[in-house]
Design a protein around this ligand. Sequence first.
Ligand code: GTP
Ligand code: MG
Length: 195
Amino acid sequence: MKIRSSEMVVSAVNRNQYPTEGIPEIALVGRSNVGKSSTINTLLNRRNFARTSQTPGKTRTINFFLINNEFYFVDLPGYGYAKIAKSEKEKWGTIMERYLQDREELCAIFLLVDIRHEPTNDDVMMYEWIKHFGYNCVVIATKADKISRGQYQKHMSIIRKKLQLDKDEKIIPISSLKKTGVEDVWNEIVNQYNQ
Ligand code: GTP
Ligand code: MG
């Protein structure tokens, strides 16, 4: 995909702050530190456009990035960060639920998991939540540079098994460090918002 424009439009907490033009949205969800913001930057070939950090819990609001005036990437706060206070966790739940409930513009959710690890119970819950709300789910296995290519299949079948993915649901490996898998993710994005 040729990126003609990308702009951060709004950093939202409440529903009344979300964009209202009815433009399709692709949301990225996953554990804190899994690489959601990095993936957005890699897809757009930009550095720190979506703010990233080595410290988990960087993204605290719902950030809408308008791409080519055609669709939004929605960067969501990560879950599963143990050190976060209980009140923050509750806030996270409310922010997420508010967004995921009944968002017509949302055409697909990309669930990001670390390729190295078996998905956590939080990941499983997130996956079930996505299905419960009736959205399409695409699983992205991040940090693919951390294992050798020969190990991809083994790791992806562990992910598939733990999440209990349907046969037709994809797992796409990506590395923001090595810039691999970018084309595959783009194909899936186009696929999803043209449906
Ligand atoms: P929160 O906003 O806290 O939920 O995190 P996030 O999911 O947005 O993660 P972020 O993109 O900020 O990345 C977290 C850390 O992982 C950073 O130190 C990144 O440099 C690193 N990282 C992200 N993607 C990759 C990757 O493909 N390979 C490697 N080696 N490191 C990565
Ligand atoms: Mg982030």
